[in-house]
Design a binder for this molecule. Structure first.
Ligand code: S3P
Length: 172
């Protein structure tokens, strides 16, 4: 059956929710950023620092193309994957797109304890989060299913996703 593709801004819980979904549905989880780090033998931060965002986006598009060819897997993406229409076209071919959302304040709270978001290494991360969210909102809105994650844990969110998928006739 179709892949489950998790999209959404940084700090909306894609990786943690992906892990829960993988456990509950007994499906393999593929995390695009992790695959990039493995194949480039560098962290996402290092890729941004050494080659810049544009180069990262090219690497991301190549990896998305590759990962999207799988069947019956959960794919967790990086927050900026929606910025290129061709990424979404690849992912949609074999997958149902699920978007996780959260308020800027919640996102700020969640990302504050780790430094591996190069785009948010700025003086005022909350302001940057708001700006990026405003710009990206129309892209995230195109998802088939949208789930708000404020005040929910990954298990609750995963269960909600499964319910919503079932009402849409998704079967494993
Ligand atoms: C990015 C999100 C990150 C990572 C990179 C760029 C973005 O992934 O791909 O830092 O542009 O939103 P997460 O959403 O998993 O943090």
């Amino acid at each position: 059956m179709k892949n489950i593709v998790l999209i959404g801004f940084m700090g909306t819980g894609k990786t943690a929710v992906g892990r829960e979904l993988s456990r509950l549905l007994n499906m393999k989880l593929i995390d695009v950023d992790t695959e990039i780090e493995k194949s480039e033998k560098m962290t996402i931060n290092e890729i941004f620092e050494r080659f810049g965002e544009a180069r990262f986006r090219d690497i991301e598009t190549d990896m998305v193309k590759k990962v999207a060819q799988n069947k019956n897997v959960i794919i967790s993406t990086g927050g900026g994957v929606v910025l290129r229409a061709e990424n979404m076209e690849s992912l949609k071919k074999k997958g149902v797109i699920v978007c996780l959302t959260a308020s800027p304040e919640k996102i700020f709270e969640r990302i504050s304890n780790n430094a591996d978001r190069p785009l948010l290494r700025v003086e005022d991360p909350l302001k940057k989060i708001k700006e990026l969210l405003t710009f990206r909102e129309p892209f995230y809105k195109k998802a088939e299913i949208t789930i708000n994650t404020d005040d929910k844990n990954p298990l609750q969110i995963a269960e909600e996703i499964i319910e919503r998928l079932k009402t849409k006739g998704w079967k494993k």
